[in-house]
Write a protein that binds this ligand. Structure first.
Ligand code: PMP
Length: 446
C-alpha cells in the first residue's frame, strides 16, 4: 500500500483532532508506519523528527525496547480488568511510586484515563469535599484567563483559550479568571529571572474578594503550554499556595504537560517547594505509549469522603478503562527509566537544545523571545519590535510548520510560538538537525 493510497483512505473516513479538515486536501496527513527514537517513518521510508514528542507525551523515544518489553509482559498476563472492588499489581506499584515522587503530603491516588478526565476528577473532588465539610457556598473555580486544562466541558470552563472554548461558552459553568503572568510582555517591566511577581496582585485580589465562593484554583505550574509555552517564576506558585490557604480554597496543580521531568525537575511544583491539594499527572506517565492519568491528593481530602456507605459520601466517578493494567505496567517501567539519572542528563541536554535554538534563531527580526524551562525551548515570533504579534489570520507559525515538515522536522507550533520539546533520548546530532531545519523553515517563511 503506497503513502498516497493510505492518505486517500484516511481522508475518505477520518476526522482528525484539532484540525480544519479542508487543510488536509492541500496537505494530506503524514501516515506513520513506525517510530524509532525521535523519528517517525512512513511506509516509503520518509521520516520526520518528532520535535513535539507527539503532543508532549513521549519521553524515551518511539519503539523503546524497555517499554515494549513491559507492555508485552503485561499483555501476556492481564490487559485490563474492572477497577472497582478489583485491583492489580501494576496499579498498586504505580500508586506507591508516584506518592514517593510527588511533593510531600500527597498520599492518595485516583486513576483516570486521560488528562481532561483527571481535570474533571479534581474539580468534582474539590467541589464535593467542600460540600461534605458543610461549605456549600463554594461553587466556582478560579484560573488563568489563558490557561489550558483540556477540552471536556468542565476542563474548558476552567480554561481560558477562546480558540477551543468560545463556541461552547453557553454550555459551560461560570468560573472566575485572572490574567496570567506575562513575562515576555511584562506590564511591570520586570525580568523573569529576578522577579518578585507584582502580577500576583490580580490573583491576590480575586482570592481576597471572592475566596469564600471558590472551591479551587487550577493552574499549570511554571509553564502554560497551550497558551504558547509561557514560562513564569516559581515565586508566583509559592504566593498562590499561601493565598489559597488563607482563602480556604484548594490548589490544583495541572502537571499533565509539565510533569514527568519536562520542567527540569520531576514535578514543576518542586521548584517552588509547593504541595498542591491535587496534583494531576498524565501524558508522559506512560512514556507516550498509552492513555492514563492520575489525580494525587492528600489524606485530608480522602478522609472527607470516608464513611459508612449510606452516608453517601463516596466519590462516584468512574471510567471503564480506569487503572488500565497495560498502561500502569508501562508507567512503572517509565519510572524505572528515570532511575537511570535522566534528570541530570537532561540538565545538560536542555541547555544544549536552548543553545542550538539560540544559534539559529537569536537576532532574527521576527524573533521576539527565546525562553526555556527544562526540556522545553520556545521561540515566539512577532511582527515587529515591542512584541507586536502577527495577525493570527496570517498563520505565520503554520507556514513555518509546513516548511519544517518538508525538511523532516515535526514542529506543530502554538499560533506563532515555535517550540522544541523532543523526547529525552534525542542525540546532540539530532538536536542540531532539529534546530537547523527549523531555522531554515523560518528563513524560508519570513
Ligand atoms: N492539561 C494540560 C496542561 C494539558 O496540556 C493537556 C493536554 N495538552 C490537558 C490538560 C488535557 O489532556 P488530554 O489531552 O489527555 O485530555
Amino acid at each position: 500500500m503506497s503513502v498516497k493510497d493510505l492518505q486517500r483512505r484516511d481522508l475518505a473516513r477520518i476526522w482528525h483532532p484539532c484540525s480544519q479538515m479542508k487543510d488536509y486536501e492541500a496537505h494530506p496527513p503524514f501516515v506513520v508506519d513506525r517510530g524509532e527514537g525521535v523519528w517517525l517513518y512512513d511506509v516509503e521510508g520518509r521520516r520526520c523528527l518528532d520535535a513535539v514528542s507527539s503532543w508532549w507525551v513521549n519521553l524515551f523515544g518511539h519503539n523503546n525496547d524497555r517499554l515494549n518489553g513491559a507492555l508485552r509482559r503485561q499483555a501476556e498476563k492481564l490487559a485490563h480488568c474492572i477497577f472497582s472492588d478489583f485491583s492489580h499489581g501494576p496499579a498498586i506499584e504505580l500508586a506507591e511510586r508516584i506518592v514517593t515522587l510527588a511533593p510531600p503530603g500527597l498520599e492518595r491516588v485516583f486513576f483516570a484515563d486521560n488528562g481532561s478526565a483527571a481535570v474533571e476528577v479534581a474539580l468534582k473532588m474539590s467541589f464535593q469535599y467542600h460540600r461534605l465539610r458543610g461549605d456549600a457556598g463554594r461553587k466556582t473555580f478560579l484560573s488563568f484567563s489563558d490557561g489550558y486544562h483540556g477540552e471536556t466541558l468542565g476542563a474548558l470552563a476552567v480554561g481560558g483559550l477562546g480558540l477551543y472554548g468560545a463556541v461552547f461558552s453557553p454550555l459551560m459553568m461560570e468560573t472566575l479568571k485572572v490574567p496570567s503572568p506575562d513575562c515576555f510582555r511584562c506590564p511591570y517591566g520586570r525580568k523573569r529571572e529576578a522577579c518578585d511577581v507584582p502580577c500576583f496582585e490580580a490573583m491576590e485580589r480575586c482570592l481576597a474578594e471572592r475566596g469564600r465562593e471558590i472551591c479551587a484554583v487550577i493552574v499549570e505550574p511554571l509553564l502554560q503550554g497551550a497558551a504558547g509555552m509561557k514560562v513564569y517564576p516559581p515565586a508566583y506558585l509559592a504566593k498562590l499556595r499561601r493565598a489559597c490557604d488563607e482563602a480556604g480554597a484548594h490548589l490544583i496543580a495541572d502537571e499533565i504537560a509539565v510533569g514527568m521531568g519536562r520542567s527540569g525537575t520531576f514535578f514543576a511544583c518542586e521548584q517552588a517547594a509547593v504541595t498542591p491539594d491535587f496534583l494531576l499527572v498524565s501524558k508522559g506517565i506512560t512514556g507516550g505509549y498509552l492513555p492514563l492519568s492520575l489525580v494525587v491528593t492528600t489524606e485530608e481530602v480522602y478522609r472527607a469522603f470516608y464513611g459508612d456507605y449510606n452516608e453517601g459520601r463516596a466519590f462516584l466517578h468512574s471510567h471503564s478503562y480506569t487503572g488500565n493494567a497495560l498502561a500502569c505496567a508501562v508507567a512503572c517501567e517509565t519510572l524505572n527509566l528515570f532511575d537511570e539519572g535522566i534528570l541530570e542528563v537532561n540538565r545538560v541536554r536542555g541547555a544544549f537544545i536552548e543553545e542550538a535554538v539560540r544559534s539559529r534563531f537569536e537576532g532574527h527580526r521576527h524573533v521576539g523571545e527565546i525562553r526555556r524551562l527544562g526540556m522545553v525551548t520556545a521561540v515566539e515570533l512577532v511582527e515587529g519590535p515591542g512584541g507586536k504579534a502577527f495577525d493570527r489570520s496570517c498563520r505565520v507559525g503554520h507556514s513555518v510548520y509546513r516548511r519544517a515538515l518538508e525538511r523532516g522536522v515535526l514542529l506543530r507550533p502554538l499560533g506563532d510560538v515555535l517550540y522544541f520539546m523532543p523526547p529525552y533520548v534525542i542525540s546532540d546530532e539530532e538536536v542540531l538537525f532539529m534546530a537547523g531545519r527549523a531555522g531554515e523553515a523560518l528563513e524560508a517563511t519570513l
